[in-house]
Design a protein around this ligand. Structure first.
Ligand code: 0A1
Ligand code: ZN
Length: 885
């Protein structure tokens, strides 16, 4: 909490640290009502930072200083200055040792930053600036140190004591306490520090690295979850192998540990050798976790593991460079998931997420570049722009350079900067040096915010047999950035003839055609590419694989989109054509609804979906993706002013029409899939996951018919499924149905059976919070009093309040403003408990500019109420004040 306005930190003010910390020796004495932290810092003047002996300013927050000494000489109160967030003292010489002892209170730390307790165990979260809540330190990523950590606690309650690196000593004391010492041989910044103490069990495995070293692998959990670790372990071993094969990266310590904790603000954390995970991102068992949850575990385990190189061995100089590690690592984990599963489906999922969520961020008050140049609270900058758009930027470099040169660039980057804290410029330089490609203009993706638009026009000359595409790019203003310079936009494309065949592509001036799919690098505000030898007017397939994070527009007719859906050789673009067709059709329904006309669905959408459903040769996962209409959030994102009710009415109408018209086909495909599920034991493999997604989307359409036979199959699936993917989907269908008795019965049964499984109860909350049926807010308010709910657990907050505000548009955006008022109340309550979660929860209110004037006023009113509610954390203050600016 703060009483004055938080300060803004600027990239332009970056200065190298005045002092370095070569060695960090920490001792933690863990007690139930406090913890004592002793820190010995072996320090020296940074030779790169100038001459003289400036004052040493250590970061430190919420620390009770017990003693302080420099070179073994105790300091008295007059020898240092202690403020709310800093401790300042005058070093005696170039090299010196600081000893400090502080008392902290992990047992009452609800912010889950620094050292805290989660379900009885001690754990840490230090990124970005949590270490300063543990001890006085230079808490910045460009100060790297060798850490030795001793922790002691009562043995019977905390038999497991862990920290980074290797265990080097341990022992017992007479009073029932025991201790362990860990040493990390790698230099690291404080944000990668971790410790864990608890009553934990683990599963163990090992991995032989490419140079023949055996690494011990351990995943720790509370005893009741020991049966849910195999999938995480398998994912870890696959990640280790993939990083060797695709990036040439080998693991470096002798032991790699993961610990699952129940209370965690984010997904997981890449602490050196000791990853700490939100239990939702590592626990998985077929009976309790859906296919999507299994895939998320695989992806997050990979993500954190990959950070060992992209983040830990080479880290960030300052937090403005966050995307250096996050964008790169998300790109790496996305490619890993694509290799492990269906590449096209993974790309579809990622693009759908980017376009609904990140594009909205880019168009809102918190828009910022991939490398921001200012922040108030760094925790607010763990954003979709840093992560997902950052990954798109890396993907574009990969596309422009090609896989081979990209790999050389990556090798050079890791070689050149191993053990250093560097910048995005250093990364780009390595890519340029390895490939010979000049990326100077490309770097605008790091500095300019907003989503570029790319309008494309075609012209065919039947006499000259030339076909040209003219690209016009622009980027709307974003906070602090009125005017944008042109980006370099890689447009992967192909041309189709009237039969759907791909044409050889030869640009004017080229000697010969070069393949049938190629990448055009659009770099000017307006740029034309002319293809020669084009005998008949072709149909372009543009931005294949979504080769750049832009809003592309080309005036396709609906018939042309149907043609692309069937013939494009690029799977992503086949799906994209279907999405564009659906968007056009749904927008027409929205217009009809707004004009109070009877809704009438373009039969071409039904025809297109009929042929998709009828084609048994298509991958079931693709069929499921093609059957999924664009989300309400995406339709809102595409609108100038989002008409929540019209969008909902239009989409639901389309879904009912699809259900009615395609009922028999849906029924047949459902039955085949369910029969296979009944007769084959569950496996989280690609083929089965595909089958279940088709089965479940078919069921959700069938249920719209509200017939007895559908209720029966739904109940059958709910009762008899051997896995959570089918059971939860059936529950969701019942929850959204008008069958009150069956719904109540299923919800009660589910809760009774799974009441002791926190992660399953999260799903139970989410399914109800997302239901668009009337009375949604009242249901959520009632669920807030359910014994399994608590504001103190971030997963619960996300599952209930987050799902309601983000996924239940009709109920959240109620015209009386009650949804907004409810969310603001929760933000105010959470501001005092957990500022990071409070500020994230706020996001839907920050989008007020998207809505009609009545809703705008209501949303602004709630933001103002939050601002006036008292002492705001810097996290909440930054988001609210920027949203109102
Ligand atoms: N670096 C982690 C994510 C993470 C970031 C911040 C946290 O606390 C504020 C916690 C975790 C990752 O990318 O996985
Ligand atoms: Zn990360």
């Amino acid at each position: 909490m703060r009483s004055e306005q938080p300060k803004t930190v600027y990239l332009k003010d970056y200065r190298a640290p005045d002092y370095l910390i070569d060695e960090t020796h920490l001792t933690f004495e863990l007690f139930e009502d406090h913890t004592l932290v002793h820190a010995q810092l072996v320090m020296r003047r940074n030779p790169a930072a100038g001459s003289g002996l400036p004052p040493l300013v250590l970061d430190g927050q919420q620390l009770e200083l017990l003693s302080l000494a420099v070179d073994d000489v105790p300091l008295g109160e007059g020898d240092y200055q202690l403020g709310d967030s800093h401790l300042t003292l005058q070093p005696p010489r170039d090299e010196f040792v600081i000893d400090s002892s502080v008392r902290i209170h992990p047992e009452s730390n609800t912010a889950l930053e620094g050292l805290y307790k989660s379900s009885g165990m001690f754990c840490t979260q230090c990124e970005a600036e949590g270490f300063r809540k543990i001890t006085f330190y230079l808490d910045r990523p460009d100060v790297m140190s060798k850490f030795t950590t001793t922790l002691s606690a009562v043995q019977k309650d905390y038999p497991v004591l862990l920290s980074n690196g290797n265990p080097i000593a341990s022992g017992q004391e007479e009073d029932g306490r025991h201790w362990a010492t860990w040493q990390d041989p790698f230099m690291k910044p404080a944000y990668l520090f971790a410790l864990v103490a608890g009553d934990l069990w683990c599963i163990e495995d090992s991995f032989r690295t490419m140079s023949g070293r055996d690494v011990a692998l351990r995943i720790y959990v509370e005893p009741e979850n020991i049966g849910k670790l195999q999938h995480g372990m398998d994912s870890l071993k696959k990640s280790m192998k993939w990083d060797e094969e695709v990036y040439g990266r080998e693991y470096d310590l002798d032991i790699f540990m993961i610990v699952a904790v129940n209370d965690f603000n984010m997904g997981a954390m890449e602490n050196k050798g000791l990853n700490i995970f939100n239990s939702s991102c590592v626990l998985a068992h077929p009976e309790t976790a859906t296919d999507a949850a299994h895939q998320r575990v695989e992806a997050v385990v990979a993500h954190e593991y990959f950070h060992n190189w992209s983040g830990n061995r080479v880290t960030c100089r300052d937090w403005f460079q966050l995307s250096l590690k996050e964008g790169f690592t998300v790109f790496r984990d996305a490619e890993f998931s694509a290799d492990m599963n269906s590449r096209t489906v993974k790309r579809i999922e990622d693009v759908a997420f980017l376009r609904t969520q990140q594009f909205a961020e880019d168009g809102g008050p918190m828009a910022h570049p991939v490398r921001p140049d200012a922040y108030m609270e760094i925790s607010n900058f763990y954003t979709l722009t840093i992560y997902e758009k950052g990954a798109e930027v890396l993907r574009m470099i990969h596309t422009l350079l090609g896989a081979e040169a990209f790999r050389q660039g990556s090798d050079l980057y890791f070689d050149r900067h191993d053990g250093q804290a560097v910048t995005c410029d250093d990364f780009i330089k390595a890519m340029e040096d390895a490939s010979g490609v000049d990326l100077a203009q490309f770097k605008r993706w790091y500095t300019q915010s907003g989503t570029p638009r790319l309008a494309v026009e075609e012209a065919y000359d039947p006499v000259a047999h030339t076909y040209s595409l003219t690209f016009r790019q622009s980027c709307p203003p974003t906070p602090g950035q009125e005017h944008k310079e042109p980006f370099v936009i890689p447009v992967a494309m192909g041309l189709l003839d009237a039969h759907g065949n791909e044409l050889p592509l030869r640009l004017a001036g080229e000697d010969a055609a070069d393949g049938t799919s190629r990448v055009l690098a659009v770099s000017a505000a307006e740029q034309r590419f002319t293809f020669v030898d084009v005998a008949h007017k072709p149909l372009p397939s543009l931005l294949r694989g979504f080769s750049a994070p832009v809003k592309l527009s080309f005036p396709y007719s609906r018939d042309q989109l149907m043609f692309l859906m069937q013939h494009d050789s690029d799977g992503f673009n086949r799906w994209e054509a279907g999405q564009q067709l659906s968007v056009q059709v749904l927008q027409e329904l929205v217009d009809q609804h707004q004009r109070d006309e009877a809704l009438s669905l373009d039969p071409r959408l039904i025809a297109a979906l009929r042929s998709v459903l009828a084609d048994e040769s298509l991958d079931a996962a693709m069929v499921a993706e093609m059957l999924s209409l664009p989300a309400e959030a995406y339709l809102a994102e595409l609108s100038e002013v989002a008409d929540v009710d019209a969008i909902h009415a239009a989409r639901e109408f389309a879904r009912r029409e699809i259900s009615r018209e395609l009922f028999d086909l849906l029924w047949a495909r459902y039955q085949t899939c369910r029969e296979a599920s009944r007769t084959t034991p569950y496996a989280a493999d690609a083929a089965q996951i595909a089958r279940r997604s088709l089965q479940n989307i078919a069921l959700s359409y069938l249920a719209l018919a509200a017939s007895d036979e559908v209720v029966d199959v739904c109940e059958e699936q709910f009762e008899h499924a051997d896995n959570m993917t089918e059971r939860l989907a059936a529950l969701a269908v019942l929850v959204n149905s008008p069958f009150e008795a069956e719904k109540a019965n299923a919800l009660a049964k589910f809760a009774d059976y799974f009441k002791d499984d926190a992660l399953v109860m999260d799903q139970w909350f989410s399914v109800q919070a997302g239901s668009p049926l009337p009375g949604g807010l009242e249901r959520v308010e009632a669920l807030m009093h359910h014994p399994a709910f608590t504001l103190k657990n971030p997963n619960k907050v996300r599952a209930l309040i987050g799902a309601f505000a983000n996924q239940n548009h009709v109920n959240f955006h109620r015209l009386d403003g009650a949804g907004y008022r409810f969310l603001a109340d929760q933000v105010i309550a959470l501001n005092a408990l957990n500022p990071q979660i409070a500020s994230r929860l706020l996001t839907p209110l920050t989008r007020w500019r998207k809505f009609d004037s009545a809703r705008q006023a209501l949303m602004r009113g709630e933001l103002e109420r939050i601002l006036a509610s008292g002492e705001l954390s810097s996290d909440v203050f930054e988001v609210v004040s920027k949203s109102l600016a």
